[in-house]
Write a protein that binds this ligand. Structure first.
Ligand code: GLP
Length: 235
């Protein structure tokens, strides 16, 4: 595990973007696993800057996102599809047909999960998976539980997650109570994992996840079992 402490958010964003860009330079038709949340916004800005200056070509890249709220479609500005379009895809030369987010409007979410995992398997897994981390240790929307969930699945969001994500909605009541998220199988298929964490409020959970026991009570702790993980954090 490669744990890098940097001095501020700008440096975190630049270092994370450089690792993702290096992946695209090495393999132009690579598969990027992408994440939402406030933490990767700076990373995406940096990737957009590199694309605009002609240093980074997304034309052959495929992306798969971690998760989506149940019940929101891509035109809803709180959906993760909208977030990805708005923060990255609309500003780079990626073919939108090659960008994938689980369908939160699927009538049968279990079938949607199985389809998503089969699709990720058909791609051979992601080349690099970007992750943030929730205050309760969640990755994607894999919340603390008694077990690790393997498949892409529907999940009931924790109170803490609903409260944390309420800042993006008009009020807490509008935050969807369920989501569909990649499970641990798809995340652990990544050839490389890059987790980014920003702020004093994430210090304790980062320490628990990477220096504590591997437990589904701290979902990110499973990454201690992955062979190529980089954690970049600042507080
Ligand atoms: C959300 C996302 C996660 C993200 C987490 C942390 O719940 N599903 O993928 O890592 O929030 O978000 P932030 O970066 O805003 O702290």
């Amino acid at each position: 595990m490669n744990i890098i402490k940097v001095s501020n958010y700008e440096e975190l964003s630049r270092r994370a973007a450089e690792l993702i860009a290096a992946q695209v330079w090495n393999k132009p038709n690579c598969v990027l696993g992408l994440a939402t949340g406030s933490t990767p916004i700076g990373t995406y800005k940096e990737l957009v800057r590199m694309n605009k200056s002609g240093d980074l070509d997304f034309s052959k890249v495929t992306t798969v996102n971690l998760d989506e709220y149940v019940g929101l479609d891509g035109s809803n500005d709180q959906s993760y599809r909208y977030f990805m379009n708005d923060n990255l895809f609309n500003h780079v030369n990626i073919d939108k047909a090659n960008t994938h987010v689980p369908n939160g409007k699927a009538a049968d979410l279990a079938a949607e999960g199985a389809r998503y995992d089969a699709f990720i398997e058909s791609l051979g897994g992601t080349d690099i998976q970007l992750l943030g981390i929730g205050h309760d240790g969640h990755i994607g929307f894999n919340e603390p539980d008694d077990v690790f969930y393997k498949a892409t699945h529907e999940v009931k969001l924790d109170e803490m997650t609903i409260k944390a994500n309420a800042r993006f909605f008009a009020n807490e009541d509008e935050v969807p109570k369920t989501a569909i998220t990649m499970g641990m199988w798809a995340i652990m298929q990544a050839k490389k994992v890059l987790l980014i964490a920003n702020g004093m409020d994430k210090k304790e959970i980062v320490e628990k996840a990477f220096f504590g026991p591997v437990t589904p009570k701290v979902p990110a702790s499973i990454l201690q079992c992955h062979k190529d993980v980089t954690v970049i954090y600042t507080y």
